[in-house]
Design a protein around this ligand. Sequence first.
Ligand code: 1PR
Length: 535
Amino acid sequence: SNDDSVVTLLDYGAGNVRSVRNAIRHLGFQIKDVQTPRDILNARRLIFPGVGAFAPAMDVLNNTGMGEALCTYIQNDRPFLGICLGLQLLFESSEENGPVGGLGLIPGVVGRFDSSNGFRVPHIGWNALQITKDSEILDDIGNRHVYFVHSYRAMPSNENKEWISSTCNYGDEFIASVRKGKVHAVQFHPEKSGDVGLSVLRRFLLPKSSLTEKRTERKASKLAKRVIACLDVRTNDEGDLVVTKGDQYDVREHAEKNEVRNLGKPVELAGNYYKDGADEVSFLNITGFRDFPLGDLPMLQVLRCASENVFVPLTVGGGIRDFTDSNDRYYSSLEVASEYFRSGADKISIGSDAVHAAEEYLKTKVKTGKSSIEQISRVYGNQAVVVSIDPRRVYLNDPSDVEFKSIRLTNPGPKGEEYAWYQCTINGGREGRPIGAYELAKAVEELGAGEILLNCIDCDGQGKGFDIDLIKMISDAVSIPVIASSGAGAVEHFSDVFSKTNASAALAAGIFHRKEVPIRSVKEHLLKEGIEVRI
Ligand code: 1PR
């Protein structure tokens, strides 16, 4: 093969670089994997998508001699693109479980975002850049948003300012990209930033002459509110994996045959939603609590296929827990999650098992390190662990009737009840548990969840709007991002949830599947209402 079409990839095996691979291939390039330090020195161009935590990554680089090779390669001004941790490792040190020494090529310390000033950590989502110098690979970005997901960041200083090509604002002004000669690194994820991200990769991969100059206006902005399309997936009675959608979690047709509602094919719908402007796509394997997900090869196949053409973050949930199969083979929830990550997921979502873990934690006040949330977040980072809450409203006349946090309702209950608490459920709403959504949210944040997907069984599929009372209560209680879910039926419901609560994202299913409102219209409406979105 022609050398020009080959890209060398440094994947030290710590996590999911499938999306980077998919994006490179999508642009028509072949990948050569680094096996030895020599492969780094011989690369024509090198992409280093850092994944996982700083310290283990540095251990691998130091123990294999790759770190030294990387330093030589970069000091010789050879074409390099670092992504996310691949940017952070270039600095002197990081505070992540540290201080831990880095490659030391750029002056500065990588520190944690400060959540005390009301900014949620991790910084997850679409943000715009302030481009400070000519950086070539960023030339198509203009004021469009790119996707970030991280809890640590490097800050601009006098010592490193010659490196900085763009910054971003999130509580602090932090370094979004660096560039010196042919060496580039970005804190955001070009492979997850849709078209604009692919253009960054293209500009790095293609020699300058083959690109047409394109400059747009540069304006900084703030973190965009995300619009997420959700695909509830299950096997129908014929054994095919279909996208389905319930009313208050009931997915049966209630016609003569009582069959599972079939709204289309998962991979196809995910591709459509990506093209229509979804900021993320979620797959929930809604019968995962029954079937062992690693036995669920079709779902893994769905992820593999979807991630080839969808260049925004993918979340998958359903059945993530420790499991012993019929042959007495034990699988940890970490193994289950790892299989999902390898197949193309960027985040995994835990429902039922998070409820068990939170109940246990509240009872014992001890973090055992053994829960699925703890195991997975330790290896893949908090940002990769979403907890899906499936609460049901329980009406009350008097808030002191329960030990759980209750709220005064904006709209009283059917018997005029003025209060409610939100009871967590497991197994797709089939079983109520003695814990409220508020208590669960706080507990899972402490255990290491990086985001909360907040459903509401009462509102699911009703198209009457989100449960603003619930979403306000939860998004004010935690400092991790909250995704509002259940009940969207019109564009106004999205502006409502963003103007009345601190939700970071809104997720919907039925409204998109039934093609009532395209995602694009939701975004246009939000923009018109003065809410920051990625267009
Ligand atoms: O418990 O870890 O195995 O995870 C199971 C996952 O599957 C959980 O995230 C749970 O929310 C989900 N799930 C289980 N049963 C159902 C069901 O519908 N019978 N679906 C289900 C959850 C809720 C949302 C839905 C929104 C928006 N669906 O995902 O997409 O409510 O819908 P709308 O916009 O149409 O109102 P585990």
